[in-house]
Design a protein around this ligand. Structure first.
Ligand code: COA
Length: 278
């Protein structure tokens, strides 16, 4: 169980959603991304649509609400990218993510592992051209978290990145940060050696990813809360947490790169050492 347990006696309406998101900083014209558990809030009158409309109400006019719309779940049958159809392949990350995909107002980015879906002013702009430029290393492909991906746009736009009844354990954008850690190490190598050393980092999405710099999102969340960057409030019976993407990325890189030995795997540190000695 990766989410808070909701109290069905507590009812959640559009107004409560709007007010809760405003308490953690949503404002006019904002782009708000969230991961969430529907049941953690109690009883949401109207289901997932109420949550989307509440976020749009918190950011009106011109706001945008975004969710992960991930299809690749690690299973054998979804290992073939050509089986992904942006129009019909379900999202596996919860009832709200699937509700957003099916909402007639939504747009979805075209990526077999790390699509997002969005409704509102900047939805089409956010979802366009997922991974079409600026490849960035990741265990799933260099397009998933590319410089030309919705994830990078969320950082560029300093979106409000939120969690309903769940923690930074399910913080997908952290894979962008991991890719940046790899990029920073490769950037220190002479141009001609980068590809060779990048290929020495064994990682893929089939379970051979021990050398990838995965880090503990909940540990980072505690630090960001202590620093006052990650804010929380109540939404129905759930905790709603949120942080702006730019301070999230900046502080995560500062904290982890200053103390890699305590955050990252021995396999990753061994690869980094090879790069430093190159
Ligand atoms: C996995 C996860 C989605 C499970 O949360 P959940 O609340 O149990 O499930 P969902 O959000 O899918 O909501 C469905 C549940 O809501 C309940 N529900 C249905 N309608 C509801 C409503 N109107 N109001 C409140 N709850 C409702 C149902 O009980 C249903 O549970 P059931 O499937 O047992 O019948 C959640 O823990 C999570 O991790 N979410 C984030 C996932 C993510 O973004 N991952 C990123 C990649 S790591």
């Amino acid at each position: 169980m990766n989410h808070e347990i909701g109290d069905p006696a507590v009812h959640v309406t559009v107004e409560e959603v709007r007010n809760a998101f405003r308490r953690i900083g949503a404002k006019q014209g904002d782009v708000v991304m969230f991961h969430g558990s529907l049941s953690s809030m109690g009883t949401v009158d109207g289901g997932p649509t109420t949550i989307f409309n509440g976020v749009l109400a918190a950011t009106e006019p011109h706001g945008t609400v975004v969710m992960p719309s991930l299809w690749y779940d690690g299973s054998e049958e979804r290992r073939d990218p050509s089986k992904f159809d942006v129009n019909t392949s379900p999202a596996y990350v919860g009832a709200m993510a699937e509700g957003m995909r099916l909402d007639p107002r939504s747009v979805r980015s075209n990526h077999w592992t790390h699509a997002v879906a969005a409704i509102g002013e900047r939805a089409a702009e956010l979802c366009a051209d997922h991974g079409k430029f600026g490849p960035r290393p990741s265990p799933w492909s260099d397009t998933a978290f590319a410089h030309g991906s919705p994830w990078q746009k969320l950082i560029k736009w300093n979106a409000l990145y939120c969690f309903i009844g769940v923690t930074m354990r399910v913080c997908t954008i952290k894979h962008c940060i991991e890719g940046m850690i790899v990029e920073h190490i490769l950037d220190q190598l002479p141009q001609g050696k980068r590809l060779e050393y990048r290929n020495l980092l064994p990682h893929d999405c089939l379970g051979n990813s021990k050398a990838w710099p995965f880090f503990d999102g909940e540990r980072l969340q505690c630090i960001l809360m202590d620093e006052g960057l990650f804010l929380t409030t109540k939404l129905g019976s759930a905790t709603l947490g949120g942080i702006r993407t730019r301070p999230l990325v900046t502080r995560a890189l500062e904290i982890i790169e200053a103390d890699m030995a305590s955050w990252l795997s021995a396999e990753f540190l061994a690869w980094r050492q090879k790069c430093l000695e190159a």
